[in-house]
Design a binder for this molecule. Structure first.
Ligand SMILES: Nc1ncnc2c1ncn2[C@@H]1O[C@H](COP(=O)(O)OP(=O)(O)O)[C@@H](O)[C@H]1O
Ligand SMILES: C[C@@](O)(CCOP(=O)(O)OP(=O)(O)O)CC(=O)O
Length: 493
């Protein structure tokens, strides 16, 4: 058997900090998801008869039609490794191509070996399979085709890494950040496959560089950072750190290494955060796309043209965002200090009881109510920001949907994640851990799902993704992830 390396990276939901996080003065609260991308890399010896095709990389994304890309690896004129796409009818995959080119160059620099042969050993090829959990792509049509209702239970019936029956270019994404999870898992899998276990910060910096280059711009990077390090309060790096590499067409592996090696120029700040126990993140894909880059352009232009009003709006929204963080942290510490009373408080809020002032759970119930208020303040401030800019950050259709969700007992709060728009919502719901509760978490979910199924104004489909604090993971073997072995073996065969 050839050696196989498997690395996964999670998707993300930016709960608070949309737009503000583009400025390093402010932060974003990003929750990593249970939905992950997997990059599987293996070295495959080629028979002596096919030596001419050795030194190739084949990349497959088996969930999509025509999603195979081939590359030839060579040392070119100079000493640096080059990765050239071999013409195919499938079009380019800029993200994958840049990840391969730049990561192999970095590996060469890290290993200090000048020959391409030392990267892909003579007489062998590299095979790569990339798959993403179903939640990265809208499953609405798959459910309809099987005559299944749009519920989490139905999503659980779909095959893992299901074929999307369309091309990568045409697929409807759900906003969990497929390219960041893909780049992060692929860059790390390559480093790992070549027996490099670099510092997590170097991996982070490299994944940011590759992602920025593939996107053609330096974004805030919260998606890549959470793919590497999991749920966190994120403060972005100063974009100057990548300026030279971004502006240069020919970049050597050594220059990449010099830039991505951890140093004080990388000013990223990551403060881990997790949702408090018994609070569950629920996501829905709303069937109406939004064009995030055009939102960002408009909002930033307005901020530049209206510095005073923008400063006031940014400051206020930042205060609300900080209040959300504070409530989450307080609830987590209450749960750690006094788990029994914490459980009791969750139950009493769930059952609509208001705690008496002398009750031992009152401070916990109060924190839950504060969380609800803070999330509502964030929503209102985001909506106003959109109205000032003429950008539908929380359009009226989403406002009506979210308001209806918030009427359901057990729904603590919610909003439009990230840049907002029409394409998704998130909710935080209570999830008591015992059946003694009159309204159990399952019945909250059932009520939410019933509301969504009957919702006429927008088409709302749940995602099965949950919050999951973890970042990058090296998976030991294919069997450790449900459905991965089948997906990979079918692709390789
Ligand atoms: N399963 C996959 N396999 C290979 N490449 C993928 C896959 N999913 C996404 N990509 C790459 O990521 C790009 C999508 O990036 P982008 O439009 O920025 O999406 P997102 O907003 O989800 O990050 C695709 O064009 C493709 O190059
Ligand atoms: C506006 C932003 O601050 C947040 C956008 O967050 P989303 O989660 O909406 O991002 P996409 O993955 O591009 O859909 C822009 C940024 O931080 O880059």
């Amino acid at each position: 058997m050839s050696r196989t390396t498997i690395v996964s990276a999670p998707g993300k939901v930016l709960l608070t900090g949309g737009y503000l996080v583009l400025d390093p003065k402010y932060t974003g609260l990003v929750i990593a998801t249970s939905s992950r991308f997997y990059s599987v890399v293996r070295t495959q010896p080629v028979s002596s008869a096919s030596q001419a095709t050795a030194g190739r990389i084949t990349v497959k994304a088996p969930q999509f039609n025509n999603a195979t890309w081939e590359y030839a690896v060579s040392t070119g004129d100079g000493a640096d490794v080059t990765v050239q796409p071999i013409a195919s009818g499938n079009g380019k995959n800029k993200f994958v191509e840049i990840a391969l080119q730049k990561t192999l160059a970095l590996i060469q620099a890290l290993k200090g070996q000048p020959q391409a042969d030392s990267i892909i050993h003579q007489g062998s090829n590299l095979e790569i399979v990339i798959v993403g959990d179903n939640d990265f792509y809208s499953q609405r049509q798959a459910l309809e085709a099987l005559s299944l209702p749009a519920t989490m239970a139905s999503l659980g019936q779909l095959e893992p890494f299901a074929a999307q029956n369309t091309t990568l270019a045409a697929v409807h994404k759900t906003g969990l950040g497929s390219s960041a999870a893909l780049i992060t898992s692929l860059v790390t899998a390559l480093l790992q496959h070549f027996e490099l276990s670099p510092d997590l910060d170097l991996v982070h910096n490299m994944a940011q560089y590759v992602h920025c280059l593939a996107q053609g711009k330096v974004g805030s990077g919260f998606d890549v950072c959470s793919a590497v390090k999991g749920s966190q309060v994120y403060r972005r790096f100063d974009e100057q750190v990548l300026r030279t590499l971004m502006d240069k067409t020919l970049v050597t592996g050594q220059e990449i290494l010099d830039t991505v090696r951890p140093s004080p120029s990388w000013t990223t700040q990551t403060t881990p955060i997790a949702l408090p126990p018994l609070l569950r993140l629920v996501l829905a894909d709303v069937d109406a796309g939004s064009d995030t880059p055009s939102f960002v352009g408009k909002v930033l232009k307005w901020r530049k043209d209206n510095p005073e009003a923008a400063l006031a709006a940014w400051t206020k929204l930042n205060d609300y965002n900080s209040a959300v963080e504070h409530c989450l942290r307080s609830l987590s510490s209450f749960a750690a200090q006094d788990p029994d009373n914490y459980r009791m408080a969750i139950r009493s809020v769930m059952n609509g009881q208001t705690a008496t002032p002398e009750s031992k759970v009152d401070h916990i119930s109060r924190a839950l109510h504060e969380l609800r208020n803070s999330l509502q303040n964030v929503r209102r401030a985001m909506k106003m920001m959109g109205q000032a800019n003429d950008v539908p950050i929380e359009p009226d259709e989403q406002t009506r949907l979210l308001d209806a969700c918030l009427e359901i007992p057990g729904v603590i709060g919610g909003g439009v994640p990230g840049a907002g728009g029409y394409d998704a919502i998130y909710l935080l719901i209570l999830e008591p851990d015992d059946s003694a509760t009159e309204a159990s978490a399952d019945s909250v979910i059932a009520e939410v799902e019933a509301l969504w199924q009957g919702w006429k104004e927008l088409s709302v489909c749940p995602l099965s993704s949950r919050a999951d604090a973890g970042g990058l993971k090296v998976v030991r073997k294919l069997e450790d992830v449900k459905g991965l072995k089948k997906a990979v073996e079918t692709a390789f065969s």
